[in-house]
Structures are given as structure tokens and as C-alpha cells.
Write a protein that binds this ligand. Sequence first.
Ligand SMILES: Nc1ncnc2c1ncn2[C@@H]1O[C@H](COP(=O)(O)OP(=O)(O)O)[C@@H](O)[C@H]1O
Ligand SMILES: [Mg+2]
Length: 256
Amino acid sequence: MSKRHVLSIAGVNKTFGGLKALTDINLNIEEGKTHAIIGPNGAGKSTLLNTCIGRLKPDNGTITFEGTDLTGGNMTPHGINQLGVSRVFQTPEIFPDLTLLQNVMIPAFAKRDGAFSFNIFKGLREEKQLRDEAMHLLEDFEMQNLAHVHAGSLSRGNKRRLELAMCLIQHPKLLLLDEPTAGMARHDTNRTIDLLKKIKERGMTKVIIEHDMHVVFSLADRISVLAQGAIIAEGTPDEIKGHPKVREAYLGTAEI
Ligand SMILES: Nc1ncnc2c1ncn2[C@@H]1O[C@H](COP(=O)(O)OP(=O)(O)O)[C@@H](O)[C@H]1O
Ligand SMILES: [Mg+2]
């Protein structure tokens, strides 16, 4: 059976001044799979994700999402989002003065209508269906009791989960997660792993950048290891666990 690649990264390079942040990256993300990208701080993981959502333009190479070239020059981050790519950022990007329910509803309007406008608030009153869906998502996330609370008052773990709900309401084909459990206590991390497993059952393709090996090995079907801007290994979790280059370059003596 032939494998379908949702996202294909081919020959991508990115430099910042004299610094080579990404060197000849080639990566194929298979449909319905969870593909983890691991690597030490500064390896280029966030830079790679930023090139996939149009926030950064690679110096050369191509990134293709479902047959569309994302690097062609006229793709905007919003255009890429409308194609079906959503991303959870390393630092939560939520609206602190709005309620959780409003936060979850806004990305659906943004995907549909484009730029934020005052019409959003008119829409917030009118779109009952969307409101119901947002509420269901909050229930899935066990945050329904907080639906009418201002998002700014949430704990860091809940802010990150809220952001994930904000992505899911867009029904993305591809979800990119940049360290979704960063800064979370173990209990919060485990709740987030359970949530991500639930999403996996829905068949969504995911790319997850993660430091926490427990998270990576709980979720990933495939792992690529990035070190100093280059992919040094790729394989199944078992292959990566036993890979000498990976142990040497990234995991050191850490027990995994
Ligand atoms: N906008 C930028 N301008 C200059 N240097 C950057 C920029 N973004 C990232 N870098 C540098 O590129 C390298 C890779 O960074 P990053 O992709 O954030 O790594 P990671 O997410 O793996 O920790 C680092 O050396 C970082 O300092
Ligand atoms: Mg990063």
C-alpha cells in the first residue's frame, strides 16, 4: 500500500545572518500519523515549524502541503491556515480578556473570514452551532466549568490546553504542536497526553515537537532527530531509542 504524504519538506535551508538554523532538511509526514521532532535546545525545531506555517521563508527548498507549495511567495500564514494547517505555539497565544468560550470560537471565524474584525462579536452572538461545538470541545477538555471565565486567569497548563481546543475547532488536516507540554506538571502532562491520544483516534495528522521523552514515546509513530539544524536520524520510536548517534548527540546518558 502506498503511503500518502500530507506534508513534504524537500531540501530546506534557513540561515539567520551567519547562523545556519536549518541545513538541507528532507522530511515526509505520512497521513494520519503522529510524527515527533526531537532535538536539543537551539536545534532548529521551532524554525522548521515556522517555515511550515509561513511565518518564516526558507532560503531555498520546498514545502508542499497536499500538493500546494507553501513556499511559493504568495502564501500567507492565514492562507496556509485556511488550507487546513493549525499550530499550537510554544508560548500560548490566547486572548486573556475574553472568556474560554469566546477564545475557542474566534479561530473558527478567523479561518472562515480572515482578518479579525468587529464582526466577530456580532458573529459570536449569531453562531449558535459554533457555540455548541466550542462548548463540546471544552467538555472534551474538562474545562466546561471555566467556559465563562476570562482566559487570562487560567493556569499555564490550562492555557495550553485551551490553545489546543482553539486549533481543533478549525478541524485542521495537519496539526503542528510546538512543545505542547512545556512547563506543565506531570499530572497536567498526562492529561494532555490523553487528550492528544483522543485526537489521534480522529485520524488527524500531527507533527509534535517535544522535549519530554515520556510524551514522545507515548504518542509518536515516527521520530526525526534534529541536531544543529540537520536531521541526524529518523525511525520508529524503538529504532530511535537504540540509535547510537541519537544517544550521543542528544540523549547523552539519559535513560529513555
Ligand atoms: N528570528 C531569529 N533570528 C535569529 N536567530 C534565530 C531566530 N530564530 C531562531 N534563531 C536561532 O536559530 C537556532 C534555532 O532556533 P530554534 O528553531 O528556536 O530552536 P529550537 O526550537 O530547536 O530550540 C538558534 O540558534 C536560535 O538562536
Ligand atoms: Mg523551539
